[in-house]
Write a protein that binds this ligand. Structure first.
Ligand SMILES: [Zn+2]
Length: 363
């Protein structure tokens, strides 16, 4: 064994750095320590995939310095999206008497055979320890042109609907309880209405939109449902929902001021963890619209009601203009947003610009 002080000297001379992850020192950097030998380059590898079909596609990878955003390395993937590079210009930083290896920024984008960009730019931070075999998923431009939307318009739509990218953790999701009676105002669903709501939720055209095709448990209450089988305590104070985690409650309502309502509550981990939907009638678009509030986000004005069930406000002028074109299933924009939001590689409350950017750095 060589003494650590000697290693320090050798390290400095040969610039063969020795490091381990520093937890307290600096969150974005690696402290160089005495225990572990490291190479004088960082190996970065992985596959670039389209987030909608989860398949490797051809594109470009850029690696940037996190402080001055300068380009450190840039490579093209192979036709299946695979990439592998050695980062020689490993960024170092001195803080006090310690030396750190900085984390780097990775950006990625698909390019088509004519070398035109065919996806948004995905931005993510790479640390030395997770720089290999990375799965990088980007949101493709697929379908935008066919639906007469520009990439910029889709970004505007997402900003309106869910700027903070809040979502459910679908792996923890438990189920949907459709009440037969609202305990507050006495409004009731008939069995047929409960069945219709269930049918809309389970409709195969809606399943991707709702729960990414995951099987969903639906509980339809009746007058003999036991208290212990219910997943809510009260519907009072909808903003402070007293209900079981990872359940959505669907209840009838007599409220005069609304035809429907959809709300969710955030958990401590910034994932949504309970939701409520109030419905006055079982109009397909209304059911879809309120579910979209709980699952996807707020209203949209930038895209028309032919592309999203979240279009609002509904008024007589719009009904005249769009009439029968109003959706009976989630629209193109809803599905594209749902696929993006529920991409497992993206976290709840991840920065939108890290997922839907139009340019590589520096921009
Ligand atoms: Zn609404």
């Amino acid at each position: 064994m060589i003494k650590s002080s000697l290693i320090k000297k050798i390290s400095l001379l040969a610039s063969a750095m020795i490091f381990s992850l520093s937890i307290s020192g600096c969150r974005d950097n690696y402290k160089i320590k005495d225990e572990l030998p490291i190479k004088n380059f960082v190996e970065i590898s992985g596959q670039l995939q389209d987030n909608e079909i989860d398949t490797g596609r051809q594109g470009k990878i850029g690696i940037y310095d996190p402080v001055d955003k300068s380009l450190l390395e840039e490579i093209l993937t192979d036709e299946n999206g695979n990439f592998n590079l050695k980062l020689e210009k490993k960024p170092l930083i001195e803080i006090g008497t310690e030396t750190y290896i900085r984390k780097v920024i990775l950006q990625a984008r698909l390019f088509d055979e004519n070398n035109n960009p065919s996806s948004y730019v995905r931005t993510t931070i790479l640390s030395r320890e997770d720089s290999q075999n990375r799965l990088i998923r980007v949101v493709p431009y697929d379908g935008l042109k066919e639906n007469s939307i520009t990439p910029e318009q889709f970004i505007e739509f997402v900003k309106e609907v869910n700027l903070s990218m809040r979502k459910w953790n679908l792996n923890d999701f438990q189920g949907i309880e459709i009440l037969n009676k609202n305990p507050l105002d006495g409004a009731q669903f008939t069995q047929e209405q409960q069945n219709n709501i269930e049918k809309i939720i389970l409709d195969s055209d809606n399943s991707d939109f709702y729960f990414q095709g995951k099987p969903i448990k639906i509980q339809k209450d009746n007058p003999s449902t036991l208290e212990s089988e219910k997943h809510y305590k009260s519907l009072e104070g909808l903003s402070e929902m007293d209900m079981d985690k990872n359940w959505i409650i669907v209840a009838p309502t007599k409220r005069e001021d609304i035809s429907g309502l959809g709300r969710y509550q955030l958990g401590d981990d910034s994932y949504k963890n309970s939701g409520i939907i109030l419905l006055k009638n079982i109009n397909e678009l209304l059911v879809l619209h309120e579910f979209a509030h709980v699952l996807l986000g707020w209203h949209s004005k930038v895209l028309p009601p032919t592309l999203t069930v979240l279009y609002a406000p509904w008024n007589s002028e719009d009904w005249e203009k769009y009439g029968e074109q109003y959706l009976r299933n989630p629209g193109f924009a809803d599905n594209k947003l749902a696929l993006m939001l529920y991409e497992e590689n993206y976290m709840s409350e991840e920065k939108l610009e890290n997922i839907l950017s139009m340019k590589f750095l520096p921009n």
